[in-house]
Design a protein around this ligand. Structure first.
Ligand SMILES: [Zn+2]
Length: 241
């Protein structure tokens, strides 16, 4: 269960046709309940997403990401999760980010999934998942992609863009008292000594961490201020800056 970044999405018409009349701008984000016809549900969607953004802004990680994105002054559209065409049952994305929609250079497809809706999304098999991410963790992962996109860096790390977003979300997880996951390819909880895991992760992902610290220097420094045991960025910056 990860995040999927489609090279091309087939839903562009849908997004514009069904754009709801209500929307809310919060920082660099326009939250628009596309496709939700019911007014109450549309307002609820906006309220939930805005609430999640405000919550994550109370953390070092979330504040650093939102601030970095805001600094590039490129509007970002957030709209309800649309399943990508090639999602299959076992590998459905919780959210995704794409970079092409005229008015909005970057779009994020995201719906906060709780309780019953989450269970339905997981197909009633949530016990089969190593880790079920909180909506806050999902959006932080996506915001790492957004920050890379608005700064013109997205894709420069190749496949490691996913590992980078996973690392940043791991730092956020620590801030809200949850364990990190091992990697993008193994999203199971780290058990045992998180600080030791952080050092091992740093070694294993050194090139990615170095490239990120060079490509998004200010953001990397801001993120490294998170007071969490999993903090490979702090280690890099302590040793190199
Ligand atoms: Zn991702």
């Amino acid at each position: 269960m990860g995040c999927f970044i489609p090279p091309l999405i087939g839903h562009a018409e849908h997004l514009f046709e069904q754009a709801a009349s209500t929307q809310m701008v919060v920082g660099p984000f326009t939250v628009r309940p596309d496709g939700i016809k019911d007014d109450h549900a549309a307002r609820q969607y906006i309220g939930q997403v805005v609430g999640i953004i405000r919550m994550i802004e109370t953390t070092v990680t979330g504040k650093a990401l939102v601030g970095a994105i805001q600094g590039y002054k490129r509007p970002v559209l957030i709209f309800p999760l649309v399943k990508a065409d090639d999602d299959d049952e076992d590998n459905a994305a919780f959210a995704w980010v794409d970079r092409r929609m005229g008015l909005f250079p970057v779009v994020m497809s995201f719906s906060p999934l709780f309780g019953q809706r989450l269970r339905e999304f997981l197909g009633g098999n949530e016990q089969d998942f190593d880790r079920v991410f909180a909506p806050q963790e999902v959006i932080v992962h996506e915001l790492a992609h957004v920050a890379r996109a608005v700064s013109g860096n997205f894709g420069r790390l190749g496949d490691d863009e996913e590992e980078l977003a996973t690392m940043v979300a791991n730092m956020f997880s620590g801030e809200i008292g949850r364990p990190p996951v091992k990697s993008y390819d193994d999203e199971s909880n780290v058990t045992g000594d998180v600080a030791a895991f952080s050092r091992a992760y740093y070694k294993a992902n050194y090139d990615m961490i170095e490239a990120f610290c060079k490509q998004n220097r200010e953001l990397a420094i801001d993120l490294s201020h998170a007071k969490v045991a999993f903090n490979p960025l702090r280690q890099y910056i302590d040793e190199n800056f």
